[in-house]
Design a protein around this ligand. Structure first.
Ligand code: G3H
Ligand code: ZN
Length: 287
């Protein structure tokens, strides 16, 4: 059965590695991530954004698909089904739908309102045995219409939110969703270190995992990051593999147009990206 993210992240924090959150966008994505996690004996978090949930016809559909697939595939590694960048209303929809973890992204509210809503959702989520992520300081770039500037979070505000009892905390440290611009200044490890010092054993979350140099990833893990989110990089590898298949004319050969063939190269490319990230994050063999 699916699990909350709490135990896997507490173990990751203590073991100085990170668990990947890989956003899913359809059946093939889900299958690729689950099979790779099982093969590598890695815990994994399936992230579902508000937009992806709508695209897949609702959080209830997503939960039913993931639970059924998890059982059909005989998955044995810890898997959490997590709402990514959830709205207040979206959190309640996912609690109802049977997710095992939620993120309430209250970073665009004034801090007092973020704290108030987060406190309420912590109580509800924990009563359901779910884990909950909160965010302080919006993450840069754009993710399903959620646009942030990539500023750095206030460590004191992070402590206020961490003290609410959340299970993981996303804090802006200069990270950006999507592709990083050439003039990107890098992560603010000074901010990350301050946040870790004020929040203690709290598993910290690094959003915008696509395209962050490996040495920065490793340094972020050494400073308390225990969950790293990746979406764009899987989308890019899926698109690139699919394009190559079509440009080679494979869709014109025999039954090459069959969606099970057409989508296969992209599904394999997702597996390769997920494998590369799990190895970089250090979660292989940690199930
Ligand atoms: O919440 C999802 C992640 O932050 C995705 O970031 O698309 O830059 O990998 P990314
Ligand atoms: Zn994110």
């Amino acid at each position: 059965m699916l699990v909350s993210a709490k135990e896997m992240l507490d173990k990751a924090k203590a073991g100085h590695y990170a668990v990947g959150q890989f956003n899913i966008n359809n059946l093939e994505w889900t299958k690729s991530v689950l099979l790779t996690a099982e093969e590598l004996r890695s815990p994994v978090i399936l992230g579902v954004s508000e937009g992806a949930g709508k695209y897949m016809t609702g959080f209830g559909t997503v939960a039913a698909m993931v639970k059924a697939m998890h059982d059909e595939l005989g998955i044995t590694v810890p898997v959490a089904l997590h709402l990514d960048h959830g709205t207040y209303e979206g959190c309640y929809k996912c609690i109802k739908a049977g997710f095992t973890s939620i993120m309430f992204d209250g970073s665009h509210y004034p801090i007092d309102e973020n704290v108030e809503k987060t406190k309420e959702l912590v109580s509800v989520a924990h009563a359901m045995g779910m884990s909950i992520e909160a965010e302080v300081g919006s993450i840069g770039g754009e993710e399903d219409g959620v646009v942030g500037m990539g500023e750095c979070a206030d460590p004191e505000e992070c402590k206020r939110v961490a003290d609410l009892g959340v299970d993981m905390l996303a804090a802006g440290i200069g990270n950006i969703h999507g592709k990083y611009p050439a003039n990107w200044k890098g992560l603010s490890f000074e901010t990350l270190d301050s946040i870790q010092k004020l929040t203690g054993q709290m598993p910290l979350v690094l959003h915008g995992g696509t395209g962050i140099p490996e040495d920065m990833i490793k340094k972020a893990i050494s400073l308390g990051v225990a969950k790293i989110n990746v979406n764009t990089e899987c989308q890019l590898s899926f698109a690139d593999a699919t394009r190559k298949y079509i440009e080679a004319g494979k869709d014109l050969e025999g039954k090459g147009f069959d969606p099970r063939k057409l989508l296969a190269p992209g599904a394999e490319a997702i597996k390769a990206t997920v494998k590369e990230k799990m190895e970089l994050f250090g979660s292989v063999g940690k199930a």
